[in-house]
Design a protein around this ligand. Structure first.
Ligand code: HEC
Ligand code: HEC
Ligand code: HEC
Ligand code: HEC
Length: 322
């Protein structure tokens, strides 16, 4: 099974199994149009010309931004072509849904039939097979969130302290997924770019906070120097703990939440504490996976007042043109 996840920052869409966004766009035209309006698309062309990018690259001894894996891991999609790894796009479909080669035919094949003749049981089997081949679907809350945070928390001490790269974004999963990134146009046949409904937003919010804590604990574990990186990552872990504690109060019917907060406090946010912080992060991860199997958000209305509203969306969602 190839899942595009890495524990420590780099998000991997396996270049050998990457088909590239044009292959997805053959069927997913509207989704691709939405993507083309996002920073994820534009970074491909713009990053190499960006002055700040060149400053960071110089400090890191990177000669070509597009061909160095340090920058490529988070800014580009890389595909094997003629036995060479080539950057083919910015952050694209497979950066979030995972490399497609093994599942692209499965997910879209209606079990070798047509949409009308595939039985419910066959449909279920088809999605199970796509999952097992690594596809990350909208309902794979945990994997989706892991990928976002894998890039948006820059868990590379050198890149931050020496390169001067930002330590990451003030990322929140609802507001950051429902603005310019949103491309829920497929199931409405391109009529509408459907926002996540209330229950889905609650799941995105909680899983986002949990993955933020998990990622930050692992990132603090990598800290070896009392400098920007260590401070920023410790702040991030502390903020995630506090927000999870507030969520735990708002939905007392979710016992996993106080356990997560407790794990967040179980290891000191200090230098050279990788072993204990990793144990805590692994515990958070386990709780999160369990939560995505137990809940669908419908019983968590208590969270609604904590979730950022429409005025906080990051960018604007594209309106479909038909
Ligand atoms: C041959 C046409 C085709 C291609 C190419 C294609 N898809 Fe799809 N995709 C579909 C169809 C059809 C569905 C809906 C299946 C259904 O209704 O059960 C779908 C559904 C999806 C979904 C929603 C899954 C869900 O859980 O509802 C995602 C995500 C997706 N595709 C991503 C991709 C990505 C990423 C690529 C490129 C790697 C891709 N698709 C390439 C036809 C295609
Ligand atoms: C771990 C993932 C990761 C790696 C590795 C990475 N970046 Fe970034 N970079 C990001 C993210 C995420 C953002 C967006 C931050 C935001 O806007 O919230 C970003 C933003 C930037 C920006 C814009 C920041 C600004 O201040 O305007 C530049 C420039 C940049 N990166 C350059 C680079 C260069 C050059 C490399 C390679 C030496 C690199 N990055 C490696 C994740 C990464
Ligand atoms: C930044 C990560 C990211 C990128 C890049 C991305 N997706 Fe998605 N995709 C998601 C998320 C997250 C959802 C679920 C959205 C939600 O919760 O509202 C989704 C949902 C979908 C759906 C379901 C749409 C529906 O109508 O419900 C399809 C199909 C899809 N993506 C295909 C694609 C294709 C094709 C591309 C490339 C052109 C792409 N995605 C690029 C993260 C991404
Ligand atoms: C492969 C790494 C990667 C993944 C995975 C990823 N991002 Fe990003 N994202 C970036 C980088 C890098 C930038 C900055 C691009 C630039 O402006 O140069 C960015 C920018 C953004 C922006 C625009 C921020 C702004 O300044 O306006 C949003 C919104 C965003 N990402 C949301 C998401 C969401 C939601 C997910 C997960 C569903 C996600 N990203 C997954 C790397 C990633």
């Amino acid at each position: 099974m190839t899942v595009g996840l890495a524990a420590d920052g780099a998000v991997a869409s396996d270049p050998a199994k990457t088909v590239g966004p044009n292959a997805c766009a053959e069927c997913h035209k509207q989704e691709a149009e939405a993507w083309k309006g996002s920073h994820h698309f534009k970074t491909f062309r713009e990053l190499p010309r960006n002055t700040k990018a060149n400053e960071i690259a110089d400090k890191m001894g990177v000669r070509r931004i597009k061909s160095d894996s340090l920058c490529r891991d988070c800014h580009f999609t890389v595909q094997n072509k003629n036995n060479r790894e080539e950057p083919v796009a910015g952050i694209s479909c497979e950066s979030c849904h995972s490399a497609g080669q093994d599942w692209i035919k499965v997910h879209s094949g209606f079990s070798g039939k047509t949409i009308l003749f595939e039985s419910k049981a066959e449909e279920k089997e088809r999605w199970k097979l796509a999952d097992s081949k690594g596809m990350i679907r909208p309902r794979s809350f945990y994997q989706l969130a892991k990928n976002c945070f894998g890039c948006h928390v820059v868990a590379r001490e050198d890149l931050v302290n020496k390169g001067g790269h930002r330590a990451g974004s003030a990322f929140e999963l609802v507001s950051w997924s429902q603005g310019e990134v949103r491309h829920n146009t497929w199931y409405s046949k391109g009529r509408e770019n459907v926002p996540a409904d209330a229950a889905r937003k609650r799941m995105l919010y909680l899983v986002g906070l949990g993955v933020e804590l998990e990622t930050a604990l692992r990132a603090v574990g990598k800290a070896t120097a009392r400098r920007t990186y260590a401070f920023e990552m410790a702040k991030r872990a502390d903020r995630a703990r506090k927000q999870l504690a507030a969520a735990a109060k708002a939905v007392p019917n979710v016992p996993e939440l106080p356990k997560m907060v407790e794990l967040g406090h179980s290891a000191g946010l200090t230098l050279n504490n990788d072993r204990l912080l990793t144990v805590a992060a692994d515990g958070v991860s386990k709780l999160l996976v369990g939560m995505t199997e137990t809940y669908d958000g419908s019983t968590m209305a208590g969270l609604d007042s904590l979730i950022p509203g429409a005025d906080k969306l990051k960018g604007t969602a594209r309106k479909p043109d038909n």
